[in-house]
Design a protein around this ligand. Structure first.
Ligand SMILES: [Zn+2]
Length: 303
């Protein structure tokens, strides 16, 4: 059984792991991303950590990488990524390949997580499967017939920037009222502060705690979260009529507070497709989704 070196690059931390092809994580290391130190510095740290992983005799067959987009999944060249300023133009594939002499597969992190969840989640997804992560931002990956959907030039579709209310909050993407600007964790916080400038909240989870204590404004906040979460999902269901949707990301840890509202919105809106047959579940891989997904991206491309 082969083992893959897996790299999950995020805005705050980089995780690397040795993943067996049956999905077992053999070893795991991490370090802060420190994007301000530059792309080359990060690559040197990743190469050092991957060498550490294989030092004990674990032979790596190749390297799978998940990284926030935009990026080109075939050349591994990074575009203008908001959380990785200054990394634009760096080639993940070229750097890791020459540093370790192993074949590399690079994937958008949300696409990688979708691949990992479809392969190793509790409910293996075939058919049409959409993975959505709701945390600091909203992103996701779409699998059609078990294959990753790619757009023109391999582009990754940005489901988090679908516009739900064009009189809504301004997003960095240029649109007003896109899904991310209405239903991400920071969107919940912004709304709360707008309603009550004295509100002492800085995270979505504090709002969810407030709702559990019965705070009326926090309860309105989670109700609003359920509404916009449901609206974005309803659009995906009407467009794709998927077999399954898996929801991951930090905000979903409090899903019991707002999923009933979201499901209600879907029931009301999605009348033109058999939406009741779309199975909506929580993602099951948790914080390891990125590492497992990067390994699965490599397996699909090079195995
Ligand atoms: Zn946007």
């Amino acid at each position: 059984m082969i083992t893959i070196g897996s790299v999950d690059i995020g805005g705050t931390k980089i995780a690397v792991g040795a993943i067996r092809e049956d999905g077992r994580i053999v070893k795991r290391l991490e370090c802060p991303t420190e994007p301000e130190k530059g792309f080359q510095h990060a690559m040197q740290r990743i190469i050092a950590m991957l060498r550490d992983l294989s030092a004990g005799g674990t032979k790596l067959a190749g390297i799978g990488v998940g990284c926030p987009g935009p990026l080109n999944p075939f050349t591994g060249v990074i575009g203008e990524v908001g959380t990785l300023p200054g990394w634009q133009g760096g080639s993940l594939a070229a750097e890791l390949q020459s540093g370790l002499d192993l074949r590399v597969a690079v994937e958008n992190d949300a696409d990688a997580a979708a691949l990992g969840e479809a392969r190793w989640g509790t409910e293996i997804a075939s058919g049409t499967f959409i993975y959505v992560t709701i945390s600091t931002g909203i992103g996701g990956g779409i699998l059609l017939g078990g294959q990753l959907y790619r757009g023109v030039d391999g582009a990754h579709p940005e489901i988090g920037h679908q516009v739900l209310d064009n009189s809504g909050p301004q997003c960095y993407c240029g649109a007003r009222g896109c899904w991310e600007s209405l239903a991400s964790g920071p969107a919940m916080v912004s709304w709360m502060r707008e309603q009550n400038p004295d509100a002492q909240v800085s995270t979505a989870s504090e709002i969810c705690d407030g709702a559990r204590r019965g705070d009326p404004l926090a309860l309105q906040g989670v109700e609003r979260e359920g509404y916009y979460l449901g609206l974005g999902l309803a659009n995906l269901i009407t467009l794709f009529a998927p077999d399954r949707i898996a929801l991951g990301g930090g905000v979903m840890k409090s899903s019991s507070l707002f999923m009933d509202t979201a499901r209600g919105v879907i029931r009301d809106i999605c009348t033109q497709v058999p939406s009741g047959k779309t199975h909506i579940t929580l993602a099951s891989l948790g914080p390891d989704a990125g590492l497992l997904g990067a390994a699965q991206a490599w397996l699909l491309r090079h195995r």
